[in-house]
Design a protein around this ligand. Sequence first.
Ligand code: OAD
Length: 256
Amino acid sequence: MNDTQIPAELIHTWRRADFVAVLTGAGVSAESGIPTFRDALTGMWAKFDALQLATVDGFKKNPELVTRWYDERRVACAAREPNAGHHALVRLQDEVEARGGTFVLITQNVDRLHQRAGSRGVIELHGALNVWRCSNGKCGRQREETGGPFGQYPPLCEACGNPRRPGVVWFQENLDPATLLAAQQAAAASRLFLSLGTSSLIHPAAGLVDLIRFNGGKSLEINPEATANSGAMTWVIRGKTGEVLPRLADAVGAGN
Ligand code: OAD
């Protein structure tokens, strides 16, 4: 069996799995032209200083730089399209739900390509680029932004005049507790857990796979490279999600 074939045992497990949980990372959006964070070639953290741009301190120090950077990513992502991997995940969700099963997609991505492809009930662990809120906790006025670039940086809250910030989770910040609990409950209940396009370096997302051990669930990693969690997986397929996921959907008989 070469590295990218779909193992027969995986197909058998898939067909019996009445609860499938999926965790996606930036690699799933790579084939849509959206850079990842840590890839040697296109990784954003190779070009930008994460601590300057993706932290509360960075925002406080330079709200103009941080909000401009996030708004540029928001506009860039809106111009991208879901790829074959996103569409295959919709087919796989349809297949599981058509036989009365539960399918929960948990994403670390903030680009909303899963939702634009048609995935339902997506758990966004790290928020979304097109959700912006007032940085003043007492105000917190929030709105989805779907238009072009803001006219000024930082954008200011219409209600209280304070700078608005992107609704994404920054380093030094905690995830929304209810969102994290929903993801942990899904992982713990799943019979099959898919880890797709993530380096598995950022917790608590990277710890979700550990939760399936308690219920005897099985796990699959799809990634061209080895990750921090590869050794914990039942199966590993070394390939691109845009290529492997459509083949997995075909192999398990998911409709088109
Ligand atoms: P990373 O950039 O850390 O990892 C991307 C992974 O995708 C790597 O393991 C690549 O090998 C893999 N990859 C690249 N192209 C792929 C493809 N076509 N198909 C499948 N896999 C591919 O991104 P994440 O693991 O998502 O945090 O990073 C996790 C978090 O760290 C992000 O959510 C972000 C970042 O700082 C926040 O925004 C809070």
